[in-house]
Design a protein around this ligand. Structure first.
Ligand code: PNS
Length: 164
């Protein structure tokens, strides 16, 4: 059974991520979406909120599982018997970081390979940070994220505003 991991922060999940998920789920028997449980202060959603959100927008894809992880990605991959990591490549600006990530992972875990899917042209400009930035200024994010995600982003930002 071919198991692949699609790791990321997904804060929040965008249509660009969903496109990569749908395409890679067709290539592998099982695709595990690994949500990095980092303690970054800039994260809008907790990792469990992100997991729930991703489960909801991927519920129609039967071979997708969503889990959060701490620590090294390759340890998470080993724990889940995955030997492939999937990453999306948008533009040349992604390349340097992605090369460093995949080559470092390859040195630590030679049995694990990273495969890159170039993003759909429709979403090549899109990032979670841009979505948050637009939402912070009450902009419309419905072209970038699922309706249910847009609602959660709006609610979360309103709550953060109230808290000051
Ligand atoms: O969506 P992102 O934030 O670009 O995803 C980055 C991610 C989660 C793939 C990367 O930060 C990661 O793998 N973090 C886990 C820690 C780790 O394994 N670091 C060493 C890789 S060089």
């Amino acid at each position: 059974m071919k198991v692949a991991i699609y790791p990321g922060s997904f804060d929040p999940i965008t249509y660009g991520h969903l496109d990569i998920i749908k395409r890679s789920a067709r290539m592998f028997d099982k695709l595990i979406i690994g949500v990095l449980n980092n303690c970054s202060k800039t994260a809008l959603f907790t990792s469990s909120e992100r997991v729930t959100m991703i489960q909801s927008v991927t519920k129609s894809i039967p071979n997708v599982e969503v889990k959060s992880f701490d620590g090294l990605l390759i340890d998470f991959a080993h724990k889940n018997q995955a030997d492939i990591i999937v990453r999306g490549l948008r533009a040349i600006t992604d390349f340097e970081y992605e090369l460093q990530l995949s080559q470092t992972n390859k040195v630590i875990a030679p049995n694990i390979d990273t495969v890159f899917l170039t993003t759909n042209l429709k979403y090549s400009y899109l990032s979670s940070s841009i979505v948050k930035e637009i939402a912070r200024y009450q902009g419309d994010i419905s072209a970038f994220v699922d309706e249910s995600v847009a609602l959660l982003v709006k609610e979360k930002i309103a709550k953060k505003h109230q808290e000051g």
